[in-house]
Design a protein around this ligand. Structure first.
Ligand code: SF4
Length: 446
């Protein structure tokens, strides 16, 4: 039965990301499945494109990140807000859902809500998503509460929005489902295929569709907030992910996918089945009609990932994003990631033998590393430079930050951590230079 409600859910800038973002696509599919008329939009990409090569890009970023408004962009910001509102309102919604991917979406949210209240005061506004809070603020949901108390929004859901959102619309706008901190839902609703019907694929540099194949993680890195929020590791079956791929290929003629999860091989049995299905699907097809995928991938103990699995990863056109964190086995295992440098070497040998390409994610100078570890890390790039480009196509280096609510934040000796900051930065810069000298493509994030 069709519903009198009309819901529009959209992403909110600024998300520095040039492929489709899945939350509106999943939530709209989910609500549609429950008989609620809902459109999912990724309007962030329009802002991304607008400022991508703009000489005033940094001024725009200052607005999004710090709410600083330079006179040079004032008019343009106003146009941007009106454009955003127009794109939402052209669907004539009764309800608008604003999905905040990170904290960096908060500034635009406030401004957009002011505008929407002014030009369409009767439409209900609901906000949700990880950008509403950090873990330490879980009990003090000040950002959404302040918006609600000032009348800018009608409702918010902090945490896992899925069940509460469905219940809100299904149970006659029952408000007890709103303005809550929702725990991880035991039902993993991503079993629905995301609906990208209202995404304009011409907007994206890379046409890749995200599929959320799991939530949470099976590892226990002390610095990670994913495992603090998604306490339970939830995953879809290989058959379900593969069916979603088939449906999306048929509908959109797009063969490239991102597994939008923290870990694609958390359940090794299902992952192995899925990669086999994709490899078989690809066989005999021209390259442009073969499935390609990217996924976060955990390296395991030598031998756990078989020769056959690497072969299927290659044939399924998989590209692996591997979090190595520290280049010291001792520091890595102590922080909660259970593989040694010998296991890492085995992984690299397998990737090379099968022609699998990987990105390495690295924390340059983990806080428990010693001077000897620093020297070993520099040497590691020297010893492994034969992998630069051909196997390791990119190294992403970050510095360690302490995220609220994590094990690290609870256990760390803060004085020692802060005292060591300068030395870590010095080493991180040396490591960055060394990796580049050894021929690696390195992106550093500090
Ligand atoms: S592997 Fe990644 S997602 Fe999993 S606990 Fe470690 S940092 Fe978090």
């Amino acid at each position: 039965m069709s519903s009198p409600l009309k819901v529009v859910i959209t992403t909110i800038p600024f998300i520095d990301w040039n492929t489709p973002i899945s939350s509106p696509a999943y939530l709209s599919a989910l609500l549609n499945n429950h008989g609620v008329d809902c459109v999912g939009l990724d309007l962030n990409i329009e802002i991304y494109n607008k400022i991508k090569n703009d000489p005033l890009r940094n001024l725009y970023l200052d607005f999004f990140y710090h709410q600083k408004i330079d006179a040079k962009i004032y008019k343009s910001l106003s146009d941007m807000l009106y454009h955003y509102a127009k794109k939402i309102l052209e669907h004539r919604p009764t309800h608008i859902g604003l999905s905040l991917f990170t904290h960096d979406s908060q500034v635009f949210t406030v401004w957009l809500c002011h505008l929407l209240q002014k030009i369409a005061p009767k439409i209900k506004i609901i906000i949700g998503g990880p950008g509403l809070y950090t873990l330490s603020q879980k009990k003090n949901v000040s950002f959404p509460e302040s918006l609600r108390s000032s009348g800018l929004i009608d409702h918010f859901i902090v945490g896992d929005v899925t069940s509460n959102l469905i219940a809100y619309f299904k149970e006659g706008i029952k408000e007890s489902n709103m303005n809550v901190v929702a725990q991880q839902d035991l039902e993993f609703h991503n079993i629905v295929t995301p609906n990208y019907d209202h995404y304009d694929f011409f907007n994206y540099e890379h046409k890749r569709l995200p599929i959320v194949d799991s939530r949470g993680c099976v590892q226990k890195c002390e610095f990670c907030d994913v495992i603090e929020f998604w306490k339970k590791f939830q995953y879809l079956s290989a058959q379900n992910v593969f069916s979603q791929m088939q449906e999306l290929i048929e509908k959109y003629n797009i063969y490239r996918f991102d597994f939008a999860s923290s870990i694609s091989n958390g359940n090794l049995v299902e992952f192995t089945k899925l990669i086999r299905m994709i490899a078989q699907y690809n066989r005999g097809k021209v390259f442009s009609k073969q499935i390609h995928w990217n996924g976060n991938f955990i390296i395991r103990k030598k031998g756990r990932h078989t020769d056959l699995l690497f072969n299927d990863i290659k044939e399924s056109n998989g590209r692996l994003i591997c979090g190595v964190e520290s280049l010291s086995s001792t520091a890595r295992i102590k922080l909660g990631k259970n593989f040694t440098n010998e296991d890492l070497d085995d992984h690299l040998v397998q990737c090379k033998a099968h022609g699998v390409q990987i990105d390495l994610l690295m924390i340059a100078a983990y806080h428990t590393e010693t001077q000897e570890d620093y020297a070993d890390a520099l040497q590691w790039f020297e010893t492994h430079k034969n992998y630069a480009g051909s196997v390791i196509t990119r190294v992403q280096m970050t510095l360690l930050g302490i995220l609220d609510g994590t094990k690290l934040s609870r256990d760390v000796d803060l004085k020692r951590f802060n005292d060591g900051r300068e030395a870590r930065e010095v080493h991180a810069n040396k490591l960055y230079e060394k990796a580049k000298q050894c021929g690696f493509h390195v992106d550093k994030f500090w």
